[in-house]
Design a protein around this ligand. Structure first.
Ligand SMILES: [Zn+2]
Length: 250
């Protein structure tokens, strides 16, 4: 007998698969970032059977149009239509894969902490995964740009020009993750790193999406920028990102 409330509990949304884990013999729990319902944890039944029609659409980094039924603790995925099959291209390149893994891990933490920015976080993540899958830019730059913009969307916008603490117009020489970016000589905490001006310029370009500047940057500045992005991210998430340690830096 049909559950009379089944239709009422049914909803449709676009989603990115952030992470999956096994449930029982044939099922999988899927952690999703949806476009309109924030972060959703759902069960996909029977997807680990080879006969499953939608198993391949519910792998990490895939974007799909989903039909779901809300449940008490977990929702249930009843249909999945692929929208962006980024998983295959991303998984074929180790650097791309580790960059994508760090992105979805960050997206999971940010969308868990702040449900209000869900649609903006969804759009940012889908854009970054699409960019990775077509090798639009070096993967480590796509990752760092994504991380800076995701943090900004989550309410932790860094400043790379004016002093992050007092607002004195820049450029400034010192970087402080706790204070929110570049800081002036008066606000600079002892021991703050002093990145190269080119690195600060690269960070600003990654935050604003100025790819002409970012793509023209040198490896030494990319590595320095990556270290500052990682320290900024870790400070503001208050938890270290396991995936970041595995990203290969060229
Ligand atoms: Zn200052």
């Amino acid at each position: 007998m049909a559950n009379p409330s089944f239709a009422a509990r049914s909803y449709r949304d676009d989603a990115v698969v952030l992470r999956t884990h096994k449930l029982g013999e044939a099922d999988r729990i899927i952690i999703l970032l949806t476009k309109h319902h924030g972060q959703v944890r759902a069960v996909a039944k029977g997807v680990r059977r080879t006969s499953s029609r939608f198993g391949a659409r519910l792998e990490p980094f895939m974007v799909a149009d989903l039909q779901l039924v809300s449940g008490r603790t977990l929702d249930v995925v009843t249909q999945a239509v692929a929208k962006g099959a980024y998983g295959t291209a991303i998984a074929s390149d180790y650097t791309c894969y580790t960059a994508a893994a760090a992105m979805v891990e960050t997206a999971e933490k940010l969308s868990d902490a702040d449900a209000d920015s869900g649609t903006a976080q969804y759009n940012l993540l889908v854009g970054a995964l699409a960019s990775l899958s077509r090798s639009a830019h070096p993967p480590e730059l796509i990752l760092d740009s994504y991380l800076l913009r995701a943090l900004a969307t989550g309410g932790w916008a860094p400043s790379f020009t004016d002093c992050a603490r007092c607002g004195t117009p820049g450029p400034h020489n010192a970087f402080s993750a706790p204070l929110g970016g570049m800081v002036c000589s008066d606000c600079r905490p002892p021991g703050s790193p002093a990145p190269a001006p080119e690195t600060v310029g690269l960070l600003g370009a990654l935050l604003t999406g100025d790819w002409t500047t970012a793509d023209a940057s040198d490896g030494v500045h990319r590595r320095e920028a990556a270290g500052l992005v990682a320290s900024y991210l870790q400070w503001h998430l208050e938890r270290s990102l396991k995936s970041l340690k595995h990203v290969e830096r060229s």
